[in-house]
Design a protein around this ligand. Structure first.
Ligand SMILES: Nc1ncnc2c1ncn2[C@@H]1O[C@H](COP(=O)(O)OP(=O)(O)OP(=O)(O)O)[C@@H](O)[C@H]1O
Ligand SMILES: [Mg+2]
Length: 607
């Protein structure tokens, strides 16, 4: 599909119609505009020269009518154009946003959040301006150019030839200017990109910036980025502004030339005064159209960079998608097949229910795309029966998070297989799989809104009793009730107004509301005191007897009571067993245990 086709895909008919009406109305406006000088010439040459007031009044009224009609067409064209262009931007923005919603973690990793934000905002605005220009200016300028030229030939052929000589004088230097300016504008757009990412990164991390007293450093970074944009833009505009004086010079010289030749023609009786005046108007219409055309080229270059960036997102292959009928059993299951699956939200033969919470890893290898690391997970195999409690321990960077992310298929394995409820995760309908697996991510996010609204993410239909029950299990109920507004307390962006431990407990409660078959807690009680941590585990055990629970932790105390504990070491499953078994069989486990015990046996609750 062409770039234009990709951008226009799915544009509503209403906006398409507006986009076509705009140039249509523009045709009316331009035709009237070139007609007016002709009427004026007649008023002067016939009415005024012949002292015929009746003619002047009659044709004068016609001129007013034509002007009003031209004005009306202009207004309509601007309105249709605005509606069309805004509709285009809206439709494109929606498509881009929903595409990003379908992105897998790997897709998001590739683009970076800051870049996606720029693409959805600045780039779409540029695309909108370009669209507006195409449906209006790209019609107006050539049309004005051609019709004004034709009119001038109709008025007086020999004089027209004279001023046609002026056109190359303006076109050739303009081409040089544009050619030199193109690369400069490209550089300018790149600098805008880095300015945007500086702003986004800084605003997202403003708390960290303040905590590390890096304001001056950040301000300097911003100043540098802003300066870079300024100097690039000055460099580009420097060339473009040469165009204006150039055009004016050519225009005034042409006017003098035309007055010279035209004056002689009038004396010789081959030209009338009014015709000369209309000629000057056509001349300026032609030169202004040329100027406009050159501006259009500049604008197209600026927006081209944006269009490319938008199309990149639209073209991105979504690497995790629902299985489709022809491909799940097909050995040549290629990337293209997968992306077409996205269009068909629900695969026809995908499994839509997770039977139970059993998990099997068979010779799983995994690595992140675009990293040097050959294998983040190395030949991992294990079996977890449904309802079991599993602890995962391992040094930082030992791939604990990576391992559990494969269970709800946030990433796809490189080789081997991950089975949930006896079925390969690739054969599940994604929504079915993910709603059965609740994962409290290591980097928790709460959204702007009340506590209740945030909890309902887990289950929209949950009643107040269910909410309270989940919060009690997660030991969040008491502190929620201590807020004056209780469950209606409004959380700031990202949950800034609750403490780290409170946030973790809210996230656990939110996950519990999903009534999952598998519950994964990735270091989810790290900010909670040990006593509360223990009570949370006890109540999880009581209320979620049939749910498979996977607890990743740094503290031995958090996993010690698990049915099986996995010890991960540099992407390998080093050992597994109960607490007591591991104490005797795993040196890594024993080391961690000893080091934590020596810190404070009482505090760590491992006595
Ligand atoms: N999105 C990513 N892209 C590329 N590499 C990644 C990504 N996430 C993690 N890694 C790398 O994969 C390896 C395992 O990371 P992982 O987050 O699974 O460790 P972890 O055991 O959860 O560590 P921690 O205890 O600190 O949370 C690390 O070397 C890390 O650098
Ligand atoms: Mg982790």
């Amino acid at each position: 599909m062409t770039t234009a086709g990709k951008l226009l895909e799915g544009l509503e008919t209403r906006y398409k119609v507006n986009s076509l009406l705009s140039p249509a109305a523009m045709v009316g406006e331009v035709l009237m505009e070139v007609f007016i000088p002709l009427i004026m010439a007649n008023i002067i040459d016939i009415g005024i020269a012949g002292k015929d007031i009746g003619y002047v009044a009659k044709v004068g009224l016609l001129m007013i009518a034509v002007s009003l009609f031209s004005l009306l067409c202009g207004m309509l064209s601007a309105r249709f154009g605005a509606v069309g262009a805004l509709g285009f931007a809206r439709s494109l923005r929606r498509r881009l946003f929903s595409k990003v919603q379908d992105f897998s973690f790997a897709n998001v990793d590739k683009f970076s959040t800051a870049s996606l934000v720029t693409r959805l905002t600045t780039d779409i605005n540029n695309a909108q301006n370009m669209y507006m220009m195409i449906i209006r200016m790209c019609v107006r300028a050539p049309m004005m150019l051609i019709s004004a030229t034709i009119m001038s030939f109709i008025v007086n052929r020999s004089l027209a030839v004279v001023f046609l000589g002026a056109i190359p004088l303006i076109v050739i230097p303009m081409l040089f200017i544009m050619k030199a300016a193109f690369p400069r504008f490209k550089i300018m757009m790149k600098r805008y990109d880095s300015l945007n990412s500086t702003v986004q990164e800084n605003l997202t991390g403003i708390r960290v910036v303040k905590a590390f007293v890096r304001e001056n450093h950040e301000s300097q970074k911003f100043r540098d980025a802003a300066d870079a944009v300024r100097s690039a833009q000055v460099k580009a505009e420097k060339l473009v502004i040469l165009g204006m004086p150039l055009m004016q010079m050519v225009m005034y010289v042409s006017i003098i030339v035309i007055f010279w030749f035209g004056g002689n023609m009038i004396i010789g009786g081959t030209l009338l005064t009014g015709q000369l005046i209309s000629f000057i108007t056509y001349l300026s219409q032609i030169l202004i159209s040329l100027m406009m055309l050159s501006m259009i080229f500049v604008m197209l270059v600026i927006s081209r960079a944006s269009i490319i960036r938008i199309v990149e997102v639209l073209d991105e292959q979504i690497d995790i998608a629902n299985p489709v009928s022809f491909s799940s059993s097909d050995a040549s299951y290629s990337l293209t097949d997968k992306s077409s699956a996205v269009l068909e939200k629900k695969g026809t033969d995908s499994v839509t229910a997770v039977k139970d919470g059993s998990i099997d890893f068979k010779n799983v290898f995994f690595s992140y795309a675009g990293t040097q690391e050959t294998s983040v997970l190395n030949d991992v195999s294990f079996s977890i029966p449904t309802g079991a409690t599993i602890g995962i321990i391992g040094g930082t960077g030992s791939s604990k998070t990576t391992l559990v992310q494969l269970i709800p298929r946030l990433y796809d394995v490189l080789s081997g297989s991950v089975m949930v409820g006896g079925v390969d995760v690739k054969d599940y309908d994604l929504e079915a799989l993910r709603s059965s697996v609740a994962m409290v991510l290591q980097k928790n996010v709460l959204f702007t809104g009340t506590i209740k609204e945030n909890l309902l993410w887990g289950n929209e239909k949950a009643g107040d009793d269910e909410l309270i029950q989940a919060c009690k299990t997660a030991h969040a109920h008491d502190f929620i009730m201590s807020f004056p507004e209780g469950y209606e307390t409004v959380l700031g962006q990202g949950g800034v107004n609750v403490s780290g431990g409170q946030k973790q407990r809210l996230c656990i409660a939110r996950a519990l509301l999903k009534s999952p078959k598998i519950l994964i807690l990735d270091d989810s009680t790290s900010a909670v005191d040990t006593a509360t941590d223990t009570s949370i585990r006890t109540s999880l055990k009581e209320t979620l007897a049939h749910t498979t629970k996977i607890i990743i932790a740094q503290r031995i105390a958090s996993v010690k009571d698990a049915d099986t504990i996995f010890v991960l070491d540099e992407g390998r499953l080093a050992s597994q067993g109960t607490h007591d078994e591991l104490l005797s069989s795993s040196s890594i486990y024993r080391e961690v245990y000893e080091s934590q015990k020596s810190l404070s046996a009482v505090d760590l609750d491992i006595g």
